[in-house]
Design a protein around this ligand. Structure first.
Ligand code: PD2
Ligand code: ZN
Length: 304
């Protein structure tokens, strides 16, 4: 990472704070308090010291620490940054996780981007029940128009779908609690579970699940709990052929298998939105495909 790649307001704040005699640890602490990841904060502070005070000691003086604590807070992260360590979710990659009602297995884990494949996250009866509850409610899926904010039908997404309100019934609440325990994020940070149904030929072309904060149409979706930080796609049936979830930038194909689920987090090691999370649902070649998707926000999700 280069000093020049830091956001302008962060560079200015680091320069000013070092000029006022603040110590390294105090600056890292202030950045952490503003939501930066520990590793990123430490690197940014070290780069700033190398630039503005190359002869400074490695460890801060007591006076420096006190001054930083009393000084201006670090700038809040820019909208492009994901202000949580979402790539650290499930970082320890255990073989299995015991939630309060089910043991969930980890079948595969990739570090960058953070992608984890769960085995048996849902019981077969839970998958069947979700499908039957969704079936009478299905409508053609839409995508958010990033220019206007409208929900448009689009040829890139040819599934039908519906969603369940958070905690809509006992089954939905149980699954949401399990997911929250697995990824150690509050239930309230989850969007409603969305169910999708794909028939042969239906697909969801490669896309990002996060919202580009620079595009005006995304203002409204971003106001509902902030940026998305991660996705969980749960497979509700076995697909005869096709229908994998593909990650073209890393050459990964996740095959749908009833009860399994793929989780991916969008923050890179640097705390920025990670373009390597580009993903899509490849066309179903034979049979049908049902999935349940849970998107996780940085804050509590509240629809407007
Ligand atoms: O159907 C899928 O596998 C899939 C792929 C990519 C679903 C989504 N994205 C999604 O719902 O965002
Ligand atoms: Zn997606």
């Amino acid at each position: 990472m280069k000093f020049e790649s830091l956001a302008a307001d962060l560079r200015a704040w680091l320069q000013d704070s070092i000029g006022r005699g603040c110590g390294r640890d105090a600056l890292v602490q202030s950045m952490r308090a503003a939501g930066y990841q520990p590793k990123f904060a430490r690197q940014a502070v070290d780069l700033a010291f190398a630039r503005f005070a190359p002869d400074a000691e490695e460890t801060p003086t007591a006076a420096g620490s006190a001054e930083a604590a009393a000084g201006a807070a670090a700038p809040v992260q820019s909208a492009e940054a994901v202000p949580v360590d979402s790539h650290e979710i499930l970082a320890s990659s255990p073989n299995a996780i015991e939630t309060s009602d089910r043991v969930v297995h980890i079948l595969m884990a990739l570090n960058a981007p953070r992608i984890v494949l769960f085995g048996d996250l849902l019981a077969p009866e839970e998958c069947d029940a979700l499908i039957e509850m969704a079936r009478p409610r299905l409508q053609r899926s839409t995508v958010v128009n990033a220019e206007t904010g409208a929900y448009d039908v689009h040829e890139a997404r040819t599934s039908r779908g519906t969603y369940f309100e958070r905690g809509e019934n006992e089954l939905v609440a149980r699954i949401e609690r399990r997911i929250a325990e697995l990824i150690e994020r509050p239930v309230e940070h989850g969007e409603p579970i969305q169910i999708l149904h794909y028939l042969p030929g239906a697909e969801y072309k490669p896309h990002y699940d996060y919202f580009d904060p620079k595009l005006p149409g995304n203002e409204r979706v971003l106001a509902m709990g902030g940026q998305r930080i991660a996705t969980l796609v749960m497979y509700l049936n076995d697909v005869t052929a096709g229908g994998s979830t593909v990650f073209p930038q890393v050459g990964l194909d996740v095959l749908p298998r009833k009860g399994n689920a793929v989780f991916f987090a969008y923050s890179s090691e640097r705390g920025e939105l990670d373009a390597r999370t580009l993903h899509g649902g490849s066309p179903v070649a034979e049979g049908e495909k049902w999935i349940a998707t849970k998107w996780i926000r940085v804050g509590p999700y509240r629809p407007l």
